[in-house]
Design a protein around this ligand. Structure first.
Ligand SMILES: Cc1cc2nc3c(=O)[nH]c(=O)nc-3n(C[C@H](O)[C@H](O)[C@H](O)COP(=O)(O)O)c2cc1C
Length: 185
C-alpha cells in the first residue's frame, strides 16, 4: 500500500465482521509497531492482546466508565490490544551519558512513546487489512487489574481491532490548514 494512501485512509472503525484475526497476524502487526521511535530507544510500550470472548465482554461491561458507545464497539470487535507502558524509564538518560542527572526531562515522554506506538500499530494494522479504533474513554485501573498488569506498567489506551464490516468511510473533516500550521519567521 502506498504510504500516502495509508496515512490518509486509515480510519477509526467501530463495526467488525464476525471473523477472527489470527494471533499470527496480530504478532506481525505488533512487530511493525515496534519500529516506532521511542525515547532513547527504550521501547517501553507493551501490547496485551485479548482475543478471549469472555474477557472482551467483561472489559466492555466493566471497564469503560459505563460509556455505552464504547461498550458496543468493544463487543463488536474481534479483539483488544491493551497498550501499556513501563513507567520510570522514558524521559531519563540516567547512567547512559555523562552528567546524566541533568538529562531528566519534565515532558511526559512515557505517554508520548505510547502514543507513537499506538498510532504505528493502527497504521500497520490498516496496511495488513485489519481495522482498529483507539478507545480513551476507559477505566485504566480496572483494566490493569483485570489483566493483572505488572505493577511497573500503566495503561495508555485500548485499541479494538477486527475486519471492517460495511463501507470504508472517508476521513471526518480536518481543520483548515491555516488553523493548525504556522511558519515562524
Ligand atoms: C487518544 C484518543 C482517544 C480516543 N477515544 C475514543 C473513544 O473512547 N471512543 C471512540 O469511539 N473513538 C475514540 N477515538 C477515535 C477518534 O474519535 C477518531 O480518531 C477521530 O474521530 C478521527 O477519526 P479517524 O481516526 O477515523 O480519522 C480516540 C482517538 C484518540 C487518538
Amino acid at each position: 500500500m502506498d504510504a500516502i494512501e495509508l496515512l490518509k485512509n486509515r480510519r477509526s472503525v467501530r463495526k467488525y465482521k464476525d471473523e477472527p484475526v489470527s494471533r499470527e497476524l496480530m504478532t506481525e502487526i505488533i512487530r511493525l509497531s515496534q519500529f516506532a521511535p521511542s525515547w532513547s530507544n527504550y521501547q517501553i510500550a507493551r501490547y496485551n492482546v485479548i482475543d478471549n470472548r469472555d474477557l472482551i465482554e467483561d472489559i466492555a461491561d466493566n471497564c469503560v466508565q459505563g460509556f455505552v458507545y464504547n461498550m458496543k464497539t468493544i463487543k463488536r470487535a474481534n479483539g483488544i490490544v491493551v497498550l501499556s507502558y513501563v513507567t520510570g524509564e522514558s524521559g531519563s538518560l540516567a547512567g547512559k551519558v555523562e552528567n546524566s542527572e541533568k538529562t531528566v526531562s519534565d515532558n511526559n515522554w512515557e505517554c508520548f512513546d505510547a502514543g507513537i506506538a499506538c498510532q504505528q500499530l493502527c497504521l500497520a494494522a490498516y496496511a495488513k487489512g485489519v481495522a482498529t479504533c483507539i478507545l480513551g474513554v476507559i477505566n485504566n485501573e480496572a483494566i490493569a487489574q483485570k489483566i493483572d498488569l505488572p505493577k511497573n506498567e500503566k495503561v495508555a489506551a485500548i485499541i479494538v481491532y477486527g475486519y471492517e464490516d460495511g463501507e470504508h468511510h472517508n476521513a471526518p473533516e480536518r481543520k483548515n490548514i491555516d488553523e493548525v500550521l504556522r511558519f515562524i519567521d
